[in-house]
Ligand binder design. Structure first.
Ligand code: SF4
Length: 74
């Protein structure tokens, strides 16, 4: 069995570049020309990424599991 993996997407149309995601999950998000982008296409499940999703003021972050289903903070 392989480890579960998630994908992380940032909708750059929605991102307002306030860096909340970079501040709480800097291993997973980087600012690029004033907007956030995911650092890696696939990641191991991470509480930090879930926290970024919760904190994003404009719902710009989407996390999906390997089936493509959205992952939400519990
Ligand atoms: S928290 Fe949301 S709006 Fe802020 S930089 Fe990250 S993706 Fe963009």
């Amino acid at each position: 069995m392989s480890e579960p993996r998630w994908t992380v997407e940032v909708d750059r149309q929605r991102c307002i570049g306030n860096q909340m995601c970079v501040n709480v999950a800097g291993d997973y998000f980087a600012l690029d020309e004033g907007k956030s982008r995911p650092v890696a296409a696939w990641i191991a499940p991470s509480d930090g990424v879930l926290e970024a999703l919760e904190l994003c003021p404009n719902s710009a972050i989407t996390i999906r599991d390997e089936s493509g289903a959205p992952v939400e903070p519990s």
